[in-house]
Design a protein around this ligand. Structure first.
Ligand code: SF4
Length: 249
């Protein structure tokens, strides 16, 4: 979706695939192949960065370990039927420790992309990360600005989240592979928690709609019964009056 919008804005774009965060390697390659197919159809080039999961493990994973053990996204917020359900997936996953882990992850990849942009002679950089409502968009914005400033190129940030549904629809129509977790090993469990949350939320919304329908139906029946009772009372009254009139004759 960002690529379409950037092309429409007149940018000459090239995609840099910087994803040492993705595990396992088969998933990394699957997403890359999918991107390359899409890019070929759309007419833009894709360059692959170095796949260095060991570097990601060294720089980002230590922050992630703490979150894995303690994150409310995977623990108390999700445990037990009595716990209030978060308002959204973003709220479910909005944990300060996860935020810092993702910040480190964005930083690593955006720095790599910005350096590659300089080497390739590009004058600016945007990021597809800004399309997902499950990411920390404010942090992405900060890290994009930082990476671009350090590299001496322009940062092109736009909040693409309003296009997420459209992007989802198009990818479904094209039969594209749709990942069900962000990328790192920690996000596998978060993806599961997200799906469980969505399922539970839909169930509760369905139950609320059913309760509303039942309440409307009960009110409708009550109203009809009152109308019927009133009509019957009126009919009885008319019958009594009629009988009295006939008696007087
Ligand atoms: S959830 Fe996504 S952005 Fe956050 S650390 Fe994992 S791979 Fe990186």
């Amino acid at each position: 979706m960002p690529t379409r919008l950037l092309l429409e804005e007149g940018h000459d774009i090239t995609v840099f695939y910087a994803n040492s965060n993705i595990a396992p390697r088969a998933e990394y390659e699957r997403r890359l192949v999918e991107l390359e197919k899409y890019a070929e159809a759309q007419g833009f080039a894709v360059f692959e960065g170095e796949y260095e999961p060991a570097a990601w493990e060294r720089v980002v994973a230590p922050i992630g370990e703490a979150i894995k053990d303690l994150s409310p996204a995977l623990g108390s917020k999700h445990a037990g039927d009595d716990a209030p359900l978060p308002e959204s997936v973003a709220e479910l996953l909005d944990d300060e420790r996860r935020r810092e882990r993702c910040r480190a992850c964005y930083r690593m990849r955006l720095e790599e992309a910005a350096n590659a942009a300089v080497e390739g002679g590009f004058d600016g950089m945007a990021t597809t990360l800004a399309v997902s409502p499950y990411q920390f968009t404010d942090v992405i914005h900060e890290e994009l600005e930082r990476a671009c400033a350090d590299a001496g190129i322009a940062a092109h940030f736009e909040d693409y989240r309003p296009y997420y549904d459209e992007a989802t629809r198009i990818s479904r129509e094209l039969g594209m592979y749709r990942q069900n977790y962000c990328g790192c090993r920690f996000s596998v469990a978060e993806g599961e928690a997200t799906r469980a949350y969505i399922k539970q939320k839909r169930k509760l919304e369905k139950a609320a709609r059913r309760a509303e329908r039942e309440s409307e139906e009960a009110a409708r029946k009550e109203h009809a019964a009152q109308k019927r009772a009133y009509a019957e009372a009126q009919a009885r009254k008319r019958a009594v009056l009629k009988a009295l009139r006939e008696k007087k004759k």
